[in-house]
Write a protein that binds this ligand. Sequence first.
Ligand code: AMP
Ligand code: MG
Length: 650
Amino acid sequence: MDMPPVPNDRGTAIEQDQFLTILSREEALARFEAVLFPRAMPSEERALSDALGLPLSRDIVAGIDVPPFDRSNVDGFAVRSADLVSASEAAPVRLALNDEIIACGTAPRLAVVAGTATTIATGGPLPRGTDAIVMVEHTQPAGHRAIDIRRAVSPGQFVSYAGSDIARGETVLRAGTVIGSREIGMCAACGIARVEVVRRPRVSVMSTGDELVQPGLPLRPAAIFDTNGAIVSAAIDENGGEAIFAGAIADDEAALEAVMRQALATSDMLVLSGGTSKGAGDVSHRIIGRLGNPGIIAHGVALKPGKPLCLAVCDGKPVVILPGFPTSAMFTFHDMIVPVLRRMAGLPPRSDAKVAAKIPVRIASELGRTEFVMVSLVEGAGGLIAYPTGKGSGAITSFGQADGFLKIDALADQMPAGTEAEVTLFTPHVRVPDLVIVGSHCTGLDLVTTPLAQAGLLVRTIAVGSLGGLSAAKRGECDLAPIHLFDEKSETYNTPFLGEGLELVPGWRRMQGIVFRDGDRRFEGLSPQAAVQAALADPSCIMVNRNQGAGTRILIDRLLGGARPDGYWNQPRSHNAVAAAVAQHRADWGMTIAPVARAAGLGFIPFAEEHYDFALVTARKRRPAVQAFLDALSSDRSRSALEQAGFSKA
Ligand code: AMP
Ligand code: MG
């Protein structure tokens, strides 16, 4: 690959400020691009059918006229216009028919002489002597060897002249044009079967980390699946590159360096993820300095998520280390790497579709960093509403639920509730959901909404907890809010929390109880009260609590009666986290719901039933999707599915 020489003075200056400065995203991108561009773009010849989506690397000039001959545009008769000057309704002109029919693809044999006409089909080449075509509809047969014509024609009528569409020597497509079906059509019309296009930049992708396992293989303890390898490879292919996935490499400096060198020798660009912070085992950025000049351009960019992004150029080739967290990797890739990749691929900048939407809740933001927040769109009374779906940079579920993202300026420390924000859509066509459920999530909910999805309804569930759901319902931003809120005063669930405009739809009951590992003698066969007493009596016993505000927490505090055993301050926010802590021996007991305990293979001592119900926005009750939900909820199918999963009837 031809590369312009890298300016050395710039390289030295940059080397000095790496690690010392966190650059703004604009400054980091500008420095990165200044070192990389302009650059030669390697090209290759491809079959037309194989060139879709690629930019032409040189102009395409027509080698023939299109059409290649004068051609009839209609079914009719080739005539001499001078013969028909006097033709009228009152005095039709009779022409003798020549003994020839010119179909598409037949070259004419006979000339049309004065007083004659030749039958011609649409697309047929004009015979010698003619200068116009009469449509068959404007003629009358006169025996089978002649026709009568009742109107005059002008010269050139219904004729497409040779080269009138594309003239030989004309530039039909300019270099840089991205080949789509229309461009393919133009080349095909000119008889062009192969084109010179910009070669897709070959981008080697590697994930780094001792903990990574490729999807499809068994997960070891403490390991996680490599998510970035798949995301980054797909995003490269989506943006004009050709991803070459080298797998996940362990945090071993020598091994990683060998793979990086090998990849750099055979590709145009390197994209790594992970190992870019300065933690133990983070080695990739140290290797870059040895791979070529000028090396690191920016390490640390004022982006959230994505601060540890590392941008480098090694002897003309970009080398990028994305942050390890998949959400951070995805955002930094799209924001900082896609512009560079597309330029290398000869593609125009991405044009993302954007919509305006109102923010229902205040979003806090870190001052000094450009922040990206994934949002999920729902239809509100006064237009679109954008719910933040992010759960922090480590969360991946937000991808599936999010329709797009919004950007909070580096100079803002928040986006106030009610802001009309610009949302960049992940795909140009956003389908606003038919049914919006905002509140506490339960695996039972999926069992009820499955038939709705099968019936073609788009159901969106946004997990914001019971209180968040209740506020959304009160603001009219959802159809239903699933809640499980315990009122200590009345000792009842949910009803006391409903306000005006909301009504209760009974859902199901979830048995809460104490979980422990099967076979743990301290708990087996005991009542909940006795089990907790046994736990308190054993100083080596560790508990896992729940977050303040959770209904489950109230039950735990009651059982503990003021005791604060080891593990009390470990307060995860979900039923599943409690089960995972006990299953993985990080704690010995906790309180969760029966289906979760069962799925985790834990022992379970039933304690109290939790009511999982729905706050229905009365004003939205008549909507067909809401009716469909209510029908599904009361159907035998859902009832038995819920029962089977361990939930009981309300
Ligand atoms: P690191 O930057 O290597 O310290 O990684 C930060 C976090 O992202 C850690 O929790 C890693 O386990 C996680 N991580 C790193 N690479 C990947 C990957 N390819 N897929 C999923 N998670 C990752
Ligand atoms: Mg790592």
